[in-house]
Design a protein around this ligand. Structure first.
Ligand code: SAH
Ligand code: SF4
Ligand code: F3S
Length: 475
């Protein structure tokens, strides 16, 4: 599924194409030695942006002659695209690296690469250079477009190659991309983040906010649609501030209106919205739209004003609730989801009660609840009153119960309705069923043929099973 992103830094692109040819030569040589096609395995940790980056990595790897496998054991090239938003993501990477080390002892030609957000942290690089000497290639989030060139350097050298940039203003697209799904795709509309929420490491590892030119975004989506895509997800850490720093500033709502015009495109999603920047214009555009899905992910993080302020979120509980009210008044059928952190420094059970109150009032369709993870270098890590584990767990368990109750209640409201679903894949448990996604992001399983994948069908939601439905196609 070769696909080209929009045109951009032409000179850099031409150079990378030369490196792809050169890398292909080394992979062909490996193929001759092995007597079979070399296999590569790309493992992704973290968010949608990393998932999109991984499609780019795989695009280059397949272009230079590797075949993709999801079986790490079989691979001749393994790359981890890492996340560092919470410490457990880092621990998973270290755990798996231990396993890769033993794999490499039995398979000396195996190449191991690491990239992504975790690699932008100096302490991580120190640890890997000291304790994981077998890693062949390390790069970060800013120079992923140089992947072909880095591969060539890796093939031509025997020591560990490390290339980490602190920042970049370059946006190089138009390199090969190997999409995971034929019918839907993520699109980066912006990179980085300027919000500096006090707990969050993303601004440090992804750099300052940079928006892509709207024309390039539209062109990329047009190409995707020609290639069979019916649903796009516009990606950015805070899509509501899209376009503010462009030479010709444009709002996110305007961009959405332009995307809406693309013929053949059926559904538009986006992630993530910061409540402080969500405009009336956006609500209005969503309301009028026939293609923008009835789902908004609106991270609240906490319900206590004191904690929200310490988090540097720039809104109060009352402002957030008023915003939700405005959204629900405009679009009563919209599904709202959120992210919540429990255990931020100084947070008491009373503060968590405020968060629970928000959940009760908003009635989220789903909420991702996280235990606060201390990230070195962020302001919150230096705060004195880190919360004892027992207190965190008490609050977390209480919150989770309410989140699950309200989500169940919300889900049950759709019983018996007929709604449009995008047929996505064969059901994992029962191959006679297909899994579809509703506009509000809920899943429904129904008997259908695999040939419907990528099509929009009308489904009757017959039985609610907590967070998903079973149903049948209505002719
Ligand atoms: N840009 C997005 C979110 C990116 S990270 C936004 O602002 O909504 C995804 C989620 O991880 C965040 O919404 C937050 O809930 C959580 N998160 C970020 N840093 C965290 C930390 N240090 N500990 C626990 N959860 C964290
Ligand atoms: Fe992190 Fe806040 Fe930026 Fe989201 S908006 S990536 S939580 S700093
Ligand atoms: Fe993780 Fe980086 Fe995304 S830290 S959440 S992969 S931007």
């Amino acid at each position: 599924m070769g696909q080209y992103a929009s045109r951009n830094d032409a000179q850099e692109l031409a150079m990378q194409q030369v490196y792809m040819e050169k890398a292909a030569f080394y992979v062909a040589e490996l193929k001759r030695q092995l007597g079979r096609q070399p296999l590569c395995c790309v493992t992704t940790f973290g968010c949608q942006m990393n998932a999109r980056d991984s499609e780019k990595l795989l695009g280059i790897l397949t272009r230079i002659g590797y075949a993709a496998t999801t079986e790490e054991k079989e691979a001749d090239f393994v790359i981890y695209n890492t996340c560092t938003v919470r410490d457990n993501a880092n621990q998973r990477v270290y755990g798996r690296l231990g396993f890769l080390n033993s794999m490499k002892r039995n398979k000396p030609h195996l190449k191991v690469a690491l990239c992504g957000c975790m690699m932008q942290e100096r302490s991580v690089i120190e640890k890997i250079t000291k304790s994981y000497r077998f890693v062949d290639l390390i790069f970060g989030t800013h120079n992923i477009f140089k992947f072909a060139q880095l591969l060539v350097t890796m093939f031509e050298n025997h020591e560990m190659i490390i290339d980490i940039w602190q920042e970049t203003d370059q946006i190089v697209e138009e390199l090969p991309v190997n999409r995971k799904y034929s019918y839907k795709s993520g699109i980066n509309i912006m990179f980085g983040c300027n919000n500096f929420c006090s707990y969050c490491i993303v601004p440090y590892v992804r750099g300052r906010e940079r928006s892509r030119d709207p024309k390039e975004i539209i062109q990329e989506i047009e190409h995707l649609v020609t290639d069979g895509v019916v649903e796009v997800m516009l990606l950015g850490q805070n899509v509501n501030s899209y376009g503010k720093n462009l030479e010709d500033p444009i709002t996110f709502a305007k961009l959405l209106q332009e995307v809406e015009q693309i013929e053949g495109l059926r559904r538009i999603r986006f992630m993530t919205s910061h409540p402080k920047d969500l405009s009336d214009e956006l609500i209005d555009v969503m309301k009028q739209s026939k293609k923008i899905c009835r789902h908004l992910h609106l991270p609240v993080q906490a319900g206590s004003d004191r904690i929200l302020q310490a988090m540097n979120r720039h809104y109060t509980k009352a402002q957030y609730l008023a915003l939700v009210d405005k959204i629900r008044t405009a679009m009563p059928d919209i599904a709202l989801t959120t992210d919540i952190i429990v255990g931020f420094p100084g947070e008491t059970i009373k503060d968590v009660e405020e968060t629970i109150d928000v959940v009760r009032k908003v009635q989220y369709d789903n909420a991702f609840t996280f235990i606060y993870s201390k990230r070195t270098g962020t302001p919150a890590a230096a705060m004195e009153d880190q919360v004892p584990e027992a207190v965190v767990h008490e609050g977390f368990d209480k919150l989770l119960k309410v989140v699950q109750e309200t989500a169940k209640e919300r889900a049950a409201l759709l019983q018996g309705k007929v709604m449009e679903a995008l047929v996505e894949e064969v059901n994992e448990q029962d191959a006679s069923l297909m899994t579809g996604r509703l506009s509000n992001n809920m899943l429904v399983h129904f008997p259908a043929s695999e040939s419907l994948i990528g099509q929009l069908v009308q489904v009757s939601l017959d039985e609610c099973h907590g967070f998903y439905y079973t149903g049948h196609i209505v002719k």
